[in-house]
Design a protein around this ligand. Structure first.
Ligand SMILES: NC(=O)c1ccc[n+]([C@@H]2O[C@H](COP(=O)([O-])OP(=O)(O)OC[C@H]3O[C@@H](n4cnc5c(N)ncnc54)[C@H](OP(=O)(O)O)[C@@H]3O)[C@@H](O)[C@H]2O)c1
Length: 301
């Protein structure tokens, strides 16, 4: 099969597109013929070698954590899915950006989602749901999403609106119309946030989800008034110090099905800033690494 790969840790120049062995699904897994995969920050954090102590990979490695495609092989013990079904989902830390990918969590793609949208829904929806669930009931609460224009933040904002929260999102000004389109009230991040929030949420902010990893967690805890009302998916070091909640992506098909159900209802649609062909994987990683993706970047395979 054709696959994006890197043979050593390093910069985007290590990325190449070449023939690689077809992967086989193990028990409880499926293999899909990939239509599209998405780019997540973890892809280039792993590729660079910066996180090799906690997330080591076998080299050569195929980048990519999530994908959409048609089911092509079904592993032992898997029920409820058939060859030819169109699913989106998650594999391991690597392996998705190839013609064939193994998934360990998946759900049917909502009929209205394009392949790009479905590819962009995997990792960010389970991460957003994991963070939102840690915060408890959302209906009637005011939720601040720090980093609301990115993949996780935009998913969290739109899903929280669907769950009945009033959502305030932070982003640079060029993304404020985007946040409004998600149903969130936009404001800028950084100095003066507490004062801006006093205008936007005169009764205060109840809950905070941090998807920015910008070092702002202490300020967010102050805004919420209680570290137990703040969850981060990105800043574990400060979360431990401050007593804030931490959430992680989970390869859980029920989370993907929950995101898909919202997709069916038209209440969650992954937003795609740009699609790249497989051959341009290095440009796609460079785009993500600049840190200002609006929604998601997708690779068409
Ligand atoms: N724990 C897990 O399992 C898990 C899973 C997924 C992701 N993550 C982590 O969560 C973080 C977000 O992931 P992602 O996929 O959403 O990344 P992403 O899509 O690359 O995020 C880019 C967004 O970050 C915003 N941003 C940049 N600087 C900011 C700042 N100082 N304050 C607020 N927002 C800022 C940008 O908005 P502007 O362009 O408007 O500045 C842009 O929209 C990453 O660190 C990622 O590694 C963790």
């Amino acid at each position: 099969m054709r696959a994006a790969r890197y043979h050593e840790y390093g910069g985007t120049e290590t990325l190449t597109v070449e023939e690689a062995p077809d992967p086989l699904p193990g028990p409880g897994e499926i293999r899909v013929r990939v239509a599209a995969a998405s780019v997540n920050p973890v892809d280039w954090k792993v590729r660079s070698g910066d996180v090799r102590d906690v997330l080591p990979v076998d080299l050569p490695a195929i980048p990519g954590r999530d994908a959409v495609g048609l089911v092509n092989t079904i592993g032992e013990g898997v029920r409820g899915v058939r060859v030819g079904d169109r699913v989106f989902g998650l594999g391991g830390v690597t392996g998705a950006t190839a013609e064939l990918a193994v998934l360990s969590a998946w759900a049917p793609v909502p009929a209205a989602w394009t392949d790009e949208e479905a590819a962009g829904a995997g990792l960010v929806s389970v991460t957003a749901l994991s963070g939102l669930k840690a915060l408890g009931p959302l209906a009637g609460r005011t939720l601040l999403v720090e980093g609301a224009a990115g993949g996780v933040g935009s998913a969290a904002a739109e899903i929280a609106v669907a769950r009945g929260a009033t959502v305030i999102g932070t982003a640079s000004e060029r993304n404020h119309a985007f946040l409004t389109s998600l149903g969130a009230l936009p404001t800028t991040y950084g100095a003066g946030l507490a004062e801006r929030l006093a205008d936007l949420a005169p009764n205060g902010v109840d809950l905070v989800l941090d998807a920015a990893a910008s070092g702002s967690l202490a300020g967010l805890v102050e805004i919420a008034g209680d570290p137990a009302h703040v969850v981060t998916v990105a800043d574990y070091r400060n979360a431990e110090r401050l007593g804030a909640l931490m959430a992680n992506a989970v390869n859980d098909s029920t989370f993907l099905a929950e995101a898909g159900a919202l997709g069916e209802q038209g209440r969650y649609v992954p937003r795609i800033e740009r699609s790249y062909p497989l051959e341009e994987i290095a440009r796609a990683h460079a785009h993500s690494e600049r840190g200002h993706v609006r929604g998601k970047i997708v690779i068409l395979v």
